[in-house]
Design a protein around this ligand. Structure first.
Ligand SMILES: [Zn+2]
Length: 267
């Protein structure tokens, strides 16, 4: 990214691969690297959700090199993520991947829908690091030492729901990995408006559906929401507004699909 080597529309136009350098997502500006990863109106709300407001003016005004340096030197995270460097890199990577999906596969999703998947990736990344380097913060980070690969022939889908307080919008996502921890695929979905609990329940249902549609035979769905797991497993409150979704989840769980919490939750 720092070397201007990613194939944005402005790079393609400069190399005469294309007649126009306009961004294919917003259609308003030349698609430079910074536009693609930071400034496009389809992307900016994601950064505003992830970083503290006090960083906005620097974050959105610096040139490419200084912007990267600023993110390596400062922890801009709004949600007390210790390792902003990694989160910044992971976010850029997902934004670029999603941009390509928009341009080449016609999948038109806004960057905000990436939030759950970025957090899942981040938690697992931290877990991997902590299992290698057990420093004095080990205890503090114990909660992150959660990802355990499934047994052979099984896949694991970590799902997560997210809720934005300012406009009550919800979305969810999931990351699919195999028994040696390889990242196979993932999904994200905007869900309209609702509560965090609704987002968590939908995350479970869509994780199961995703597994089913892809034809994965044996799958463990891992949610970090105890409330969601308890709700799915309970038989009370039949009139609950999410009762219908619970029934669909249970139908899918009657196949070779399991639902569980990561090891640390409740243990
Ligand atoms: Zn744009």
């Amino acid at each position: 990214m720092a070397h201007n080597s990613i194939m944005t529309e402005s790079q393609r136009a400069a190399r005469k691969f294309s007649d126009t350098d306009f961004c294919k997502r917003c259609g308003k500006y030349s698609e430079s690297t910074l536009h693609a990863i930071r400034d496009c109106e389809t992307v900016m709300p994601l950064w505003k959700t992830l970083i503290k407001q006090e960083h906005w003016s620097n974050f959105f005004s610096l040139n490419e090199k200084d912007w990267i340096k600023y993110n390596l030197d400062n922890n801009c995270s709004k949600n007390h993520v210790d390792d902003w460097n990694s989160m910044f890199g992971i976010s850029c990577w997902y934004i670029w991947k999603q941009r390509n999906d928009w341009v080449f596969n016609n999948r038109h999703n806004l960057a905000n829908s990436l939030i759950p998947i970025i957090y899942i990736h981040m938690r697992n990344f931290t877990a991997a690091n902590n299992s290698i380097c057990c420093d004095s913060n080990f205890q503090k980070h114990l909660e992150f030492i959660s990802w355990k690969p499934p047994e052979q022939d099984w896949m694991k889908i970590n799902v997560d729901g997210s809720h934005r307080k300012d406009d009550n919008s919800i979305c969810c996502g999931g990351v699919v990995r195999d028994n040696i921890g390889r990242w196979i695929t993932g999904f994200t979905k905007r869900l309209g408006h609702g509560s965090e609990f609704q987002a968590e329940i939908w995350a479970i249902l869509l994780g199961l559906r995703f597994a089913h549609d892809k034809g994965f035979p044996k799958v463990i769905i891992e949610t970090d929401s105890i409330m969601a797991l308890n709700f799915v497993q309970s038989n009370t409150d039949i009139q609950h507004p999410l009762g219908g979704i619970r029934a669909r989840i249970r139908e899918l769980l009657s196949m070779d699909y399991n639902l569980s919490l990561p090891r640390w939750v409740g243990s």
